[in-house]
Design a binder for this molecule. Sequence first.
Ligand code: FES
Ligand code: FES
Length: 158
Amino acid sequence: MKRDVTITINGVEYSGNIPIRMLLVDFIRDVAGLTGTHVGCTFEGQCGACTIHLNGEAVKSCLLLAVQCHGKEITTVEGLAREGALHVLQEEFHRHHALQCGYCTSGMLMNAAEFITERPDADDEEIRHALVGNICRCTGYTNIIKAISAAAKRNASV
Ligand code: FES
Ligand code: FES
């Protein structure tokens, strides 16, 4: 069974006549062609690589059906930078060498972007806890924590 679905992603409307069982992450990657959102755990909600913002809230896009998001607005990692300027988290990930292969990075950024907005005063332990749903197999997390902490401090001082 198929259904017409329209979702606004990074301010652009994408529409498709899609199977009702299509996951949101597949709509993002295959219908919208935005491949910055990754799949790391074959749709089990474990790794966080597919994290996006749905109406401003960080969610795992492998745990939602695209039809559930009809008429809604989402932001993917491609929408983090604005008007040619990197998001403060992207700058700090670069500055602190907070990635290696980069597979987890888009999900880390999207989760952290919501977190530092809500908790600009978070300490390292709280940041570490906030990343419990985002797995990185390369970095050991140390530089990711440093980058998020630096971005949170910059956000708080604006
Ligand atoms: S692909 Fe969604 S949490 Fe792993
Ligand atoms: S940088 Fe490779 S999985 Fe995180």
